[in-house]
Design a protein around this ligand. Structure first.
Ligand code: NAD
Length: 334
């Protein structure tokens, strides 16, 4: 099939080209993000391949459909950037990569916890400056602390297992508790109880209307003073302004973010020579107890290999049978 790949980075091309040896699709790459202005690039494509910050609202989907695009192959798990109802009414199929390496994201999540707790980001800079003082680097043992995991799907359940290995007590909250997790030491509780009892709160649920700003000012009034909050899921799960207020008051003692509500204008680009115009993001960067990575939790060899394999398997299945392997639609979610 003729596939136009949006938001291409050199690593996307490397892994997709290698996998395409087994498929033989006509892949064309553009660096541009898919928006209503760039949809025109898909003029002769039958499918488009997109990533987390490409915009697939009704307008863009309509433009793609008018140009003959019948399949949108997401090379990610989340699909909060797609108007599924509009896709359904246009007859555009949406496929995704439901799982590529829960370990990649889970391990990055725990890496953030360790770095924040033991202030490795500060220690690294200090030692390079010849400053070997320990003041300000005091951490705490993870052993016997309580970790609250919101969303125990593929990624959250791996986080639970890793933290269990550290000797943490695991609380979880999920609209669909996982019997496998419940069978070992994970205790499912409601959200207020999780927030009130956890030393660490980590988010692993999808972004949906129900989870938008799940961590807002009201939720932050329920947490333990000095809580560690980690979000490697989707930026809009937390209300960033409320989180900044909680950092200023000390309610949040540590914040680790791999995602940000307005990341589309920032992440995945080298902006080191430019002024950052997002004042909320710039304020976050000023806190010594905040660690931000630019949506890199997925970024491992294994994950990129699996993403390329599943993405092209979706395209091939659609070409051969008219249905991709991992489609998502309003009907399937109902
Ligand atoms: P998953 O579907 O396996 O698990 C999500 C879990 O969240 C499910 O168990 C579901 O029941 C639960 N859930 C849904 N609504 C909820 C709610 N209102 N409250 C509590 N729990 C709720 O998904 P996954 O593969 O574990 O991925 C989780 C999220 O991680 C994805 O949606 C995506 O946004 C994010 N992600 C981030 C990266 C990254 O690089 N930072 C990479 C992959 C995925």
């Amino acid at each position: 099939m003729r596939v136009l790949v949006f938001s291409t980075k050199p690593y996307d091309r490397k892994f997709l080209d290698a996998e395409n040896m087994h498929h033989g699709h006509e892949l064309r790459y553009v660096e541009a993000r898919l928006t209503s202005e760039t949809a025109i690039l898909a003029a002769d494509a039958e499918a488009v391949c997109v990533f987390v910050n490409d915009l697939l609202g009704a307008d863009v989907l309509r433009q793609l459909a008018d140009r003959g695009v019948r399949l949108v192959a997401l090379r990610c798990a989340g699909f909060n950037n797609v108007d599924l109802a509009a896709a359904g009414s246009l007859g555009t199929r949406i496929a995704r990569v439901p799982a590529y390496s829960p370990f990649a994201v889970a391990e990055h999540t725990v890496g953030m916890m360790l770095a924040l707790n033991r202030r490795l980001h500060r220690a690294y800079a200090r030692v390079r400056e010849g400053n070997f003082a320990l003041d300000g680097l005091l951490g705490f043992d993870l052993n016997r602390r309580t970790a609250g995991i919101i969303g125990t799907g593929k990624i959250g359940s791996v986080v639970a297992r890793i933290l269990h290995g550290f000797g943490c007590q695991i609380l979880a909250h999920d609209v669909r508790p996982d019997p496998e997790c419940a069978a070992w030491d994970v205790r499912y509780v409601d959200l207020p109880e999780l927030l009130a009892a956890s030393d660490i709160v980590t988010l692993h649920c999808p972004l949906t209307p129900a989870t938008h700003h799940l961590i807002d000012a009201a939720a932050l009034r329920q947490v333990r003073h000095g809580v560690m909050l980690i979000n490697t899921s989707r930026g809009a799960l937390i209300d960033t302004r409320a989180v900044i207020a909680a950092l200023k008051s000390g309610t949040i003692g540590f914040l680790g973010l791999d995602v940000y509500e307005e990341e589309a204008d920032l992440f995945f680009e080298d902006l080191s020579g430019q002024v950052i115009h997002d004042d909320v993001f710039a304020r976050l960067l000023t806190f010594p107890n905040v660690l931000i990575t630019g949506h890199q939790a997925f970024f491992t060899e294994e994950a990129l290999t699996n993403i390329a394999q599943t993405t092209l398997a979706n395209v091939t299945a659609f070409e051969e049978r008219g249905e991709a392997l991992h489609e998502v639609s309003v009907e399937r979610l109902a």
